[in-house]
Design a protein around this ligand. Sequence first.
Ligand code: CP
Ligand code: NVA
Length: 322
Amino acid sequence: MPRSSQTIPPRQPAKDLLTIANLSSRHISALIKQAKHLKSKRRAGKMPRPLVGKTLGLIFEKPSTRTRVSFEAGMNHLGGHSLFLEAEKIQLSRGESLSDTAQVLSGYLDGLVVRTFDQATLEEWATHATIPVINGLTDQCHPCQILADLFTISEKKKRLKGIKLAYVGDGNNVTHSLLEAGARMGMHVSVGCPTGYEPDQRIIEWSQEEATKTQATIEVTHDPLIAAENADVLYTDVWISMGQEREQKRRLKALTPYQLNERLLRKAKPGAIVMHCLPAHRGEEISTGALDGPQSVVLEQAENRLDMQNAILIDWLGRASS
Ligand code: CP
Ligand code: NVA
């Protein structure tokens, strides 16, 4: 998992959107501002159409509802088109090389969203494609989700700096992007997870190092109540991520004490919001009461994927043409 490129955000925005760690706090703030603007335009029925004539390809090796549909709908709103390419229905599945595929698609398309397993595979797409490659989720991280979540938190809490976000459950791809984002934006991120399910040590170390520059704090504890204490945001994600289905029994047993439920909500601040990237499994990582209760913002959180990704599309695809 190469992390070396993530220590310093580049002066020039990168061609690709592969991780949150590659984005500066200034760039993230600009994306949030643009997402807010686009949301108000969308709701007023006055969407700008800066991507007329542009085509976005989506190559997905894993299932998706939100990421796929919000990117496709977003391209439509912005005046462009999208093409969904199931990995098993293109020649890649019959042995054509990733490098040839990436170069050929670069001649037809203006951007590519890739959902795959290894971060290294995503990086290979980015290396060989001459068009922007956007991470639509890997085993390592989920930057588009967490950029949208930063937008949701800033809408609900009016700021990011100093906000305490408690993540309880499996230290997975969503956790990694939350850690990177929290560290970069000066938030306090506390992860409550069982032994053996901690986030990647390299991402914890990167985030702790970054946090020293932004007055953020990064904490990993095995006590979910400590993580939730005084939190402004309570966040969880599935216990069995895509590709981990064979570990189901072991994971359910280890993670059961880490459910986001009313007990944890009582530990958080009274006005705390409940977030989940979805899809959710009621009764597993989150109780029905927490997911569907008055503190939950999960549906608006999902809707905000559209506005943040529209901001991303205008930035990366619009930039490519200028
Ligand atoms: N949250 C998220 O990425 O959902 P999908 O898997 O449905 O895209
Ligand atoms: N951690 C989950 C996120 C789904 C959006 C997974 O990778 O399956």
